[in-house]
Design a protein around this ligand. Structure first.
Ligand code: FAD
Length: 602
């Protein structure tokens, strides 16, 4: 079997770079220690090797589809739901009072990363079930929680998030699905939802849809949106289930993630679909943000997972494929010698290092966000508030950097295979197609970037940004202790200065009320900011590696640590350098994309 992941790198980032053991000292996570976490990760790896990876290509070649009113998916989904539930990966993160294990988010991310690198078509099924059950448990009544959550935690019932409608994708304020109150306490739901991941298949007994809808007479816009539980089959008083008028109208056929069904659902075609309100009326989008924020980091992790698996596939190929000869110092080539392996050519090494730098840097970013998540849920008071702000700051970046740069990284990986990269026989083309969705669903890159620049940067009067800079500064000081790392720490200081300079240029537009101008190049700002954040992650990784080498307290080989320092240097030369050009564009006086009185795009 091919390698799709390096477990040493995962453990290095989790325990050594992020200091997961220290975080486990928080009372919330007392049930866990390094040994129990490693035991869980080994079990997940074993399941991924034996069941998930072998199904990966089959799911692409024999995709999810709609036939005779049913959605057909790969049978591995049945085992997946059972196994993830047994391993605690569906409800494991919930509070004890909701039947959970208070498993740290970092551990859940690590487990899902392994499964997703093996097969990125599968973790969405239990992942959405976990997210929707968590939403009910957090904001729903005791009765709703008791009715749905336990059976979702066992994987018997699946969950979904139903936001998108044909006219309401990025713009959720345009949701029109309606909810009419009844005297019995429930609401009658009517409308359609499209692109619903994991929305129907034969391996779950029931589907619990978390639906955004508008109560009759509700105000326009996002302030009039409420959240409902709308099961496919509603529980009856005698303990049975009856059909709740949720009809599956089709399954979208896609270029990638073809094994992950994407359904079209019709609610209340026969005026018989009941929904139960979660929390208070008109606050639905606010509640849904809990699930959306979790899902955004999960999508970022998906990008990392695909990029990681693609890196390992390219690396393996480069070690096996002989082609051409290295150039001698006099410019000649020894044509009578054996051909060199392509991994010996500088351009191929550049592409492989790009893949490694992006995928491992992005993995570290995902764990940084998860660490902030754990420090939020594991603390109270000022510490909780501080880490919550940090998590808010990083969420759009954790969604976007792995999705966008992951694409570039898989593209480089496909190029490593030359013509074979383009052929179906090799796996790179599947990764190339699969990763394409990550920058689209769960809020496109454009939307995430406006969230970063428009909402997160100004958050708390700039407090979130200041807190993040303080954390980065602490890493810079730690790196300064080593002569080898000092130059890189100084470069990072300089790049942080560029962020301030760009914001100094842009902010006056927002202050003058020119908000469209302020946000018009938000995606470029995201690129700049995300690259600097990942440069910070690489400095942390290199410092941890250096500390291990200097102290001799090593868990891995010297080559392993050296390769982390080398990849940090690569990132600073090849990736971080892009920031200057982005800053120039962001501060360019020409305004070329804002719609004026004349139409320029003709
Ligand atoms: C495979 C798949 C699975 C999905 N799973 C789910 C799911 O489980 N649940 C769910 O509810 N939805 C799901 N979605 C929907 C997904 O979240 C939306 O497709 C996405 O949010 C974009 O919406 P849209 O497709 O309507 O594009 P649009 O909103 O029409 O966007 C088109 C383009 O315009 C840009 N744009 C739109 N508005 C603005 C603006 N105000 N400013 C600047 N640029 C803008 C966008 O960035 C994009 O580039 C899924 C989609 C796919 C393809």
């Amino acid at each position: 079997m091919s390698t799709y992941i390096n477990m040493d790198t995962l453990r290095f980032i989790l325990f050594d770079v992020m200091g997961a053991e220290k975080m486990l000292e928080l009372p919330r996570f007392q049930e866990f220690d390094k040994e129990s976490i490693n035991f869980l990760l080994d079990a997940v790896k074993d399941f991924s090797d034996k069941d998930l990876y072998p199904a990966f290509r089959e799911m692409d070649e024999d995709p999810a589809r709609y036939e005779d009113g049913k959605i057909i998916v790969h049978p591995v989904i049945e085992k997946l739901m059972k196994q993830t539930a047994e391993l605690g990966l569906i409800g494991g993160g919930f509070d004890f009072e909701h039947g959970g294990m208070q498993m740290p988010a970092m551990v859940l991310q690590a487990a899902n990363f392994i499964m997703e690198a093996a097969n990125n078509n599968v973790p969405g099924y239990p992942g959405l079930t976990a997210g929707s059950a968590h939403l009910i448990a957090t904001f729903g009544t005791e009765e709703l929680t008791q009715t749905y959550v336990p059976r979702m935690m066992t994987g018997e019932w699946a969950g979904t998030m139903c936001l998108t409608e044909p006219q309401a994708g990025s713009s959720l304020s345009d949701v029109t699905t309606s909810a009419s109150p009844t005297e019995e306490g429930h609401y009658m739901i009517k409308g359609q939802k499209i692109f619903i991941s994991g929305g129907d298949h034969e391996y779950s007994e029931n589907f619990v849809h978390l639906v955004l809808a508008r109560i009759d007479g509700a105000p326009a816009g996002t302030k009039g949106i409420s959240l409902f539980v709308v099961p496919k089959h509603r529980p009856t008083a005698d303990g049975g289930l009856e059909f709740n008028d949720v009809v599956t109208a089709g399954d979208f056929q896609k270029m990638g993630q073809r094994g992950y069904c994407t359904t079209h659902l019709m609610f209340g075609s026969d005026d018989n679909s009941r929904g139960w309100l979660v929390g208070e009326p008109h606050r639905g989008l606010k509640y849904m943000f809990q699930m959306m924020n979790e899902a955004r980091i999960a999508v970022g992790r998906g990008g990392v997972s695909v990029a990681t698996a693609a890196y390992h596939a390219s690396l393996q190929y480069a070690h096996e494929r002989a082609q051409g000869r290295r150039i001698n110092n006099d410019g000649s080539k020894n044509v009578s010698a054996d051909q060199n392996l392509i991994i010996e050519h500088p351009d191929v090494r550049r592409m492989l290092l790009k893949q490694k730098a992006i995928s491992e840097g992005a993995l570290s970013l995902i764990f940084q966000a998860s660490l902030y998540h754990d420090l939020t849920s594991g603390n109270e008071g000022a510490e909780k508030e501080k880490n919550h702000l940090l998590l808010e700051m990083l969420t759009p970046v954790a969604k976007t950097y792995p999705s966008e740069k992951g694409k570039e990284s898989v593209d480089a990986g496909l190029q490593v295979l030359g013509g074979y990269g383009f052929c179906s026989e090799y796996i790179l083309q599947q990764y190339y197609r699969d990763i394409r969705i990550m920058s689209i669903y769960e809020g496109t890159t454009g939307i995430q970037s406006m969230d970063l620049l428009g909402r997160k940067i100004p958050l708390g009067g700039g407090k979130g940004l200041k807190l993040l800079q303080a954390d980065i500064q602490a890493s810079i000081e730690a790196a300064m202790a080593y002569d080898e790392l000092k130059p890189y720490a100084k470069v990072l200081i300089e790049k942080l200065g560029i962020v301030q300079k760009v914001l100094g240029f842009l902010m006056p537009f927002a202050m003058k009320g020119e908000h469209e101008r302020y946000l018009s190049d938000a995606t470029l700002f995201m690129d700049l900011f995300g690259t600097i954040i990942v440069a910070w992650q690489w400095l942390k990784m290199a410092t941890t590696a250096k500390q291990a080498l200097v102290s001799g307290a090593t868990t891995f080989t010297a080559d392993f640590y050296q390769s982390k320092i080398h990849t940090m240097r690569f990132f600073y030369k090849y990736e971080l350098g892009e920031v200057d050009s982005l800053a120039n564009t962001l501060m360019h006086p020409d305004v070329l994309t804002i719609l004026g009185e004349e139409e320029i795009i003709v």
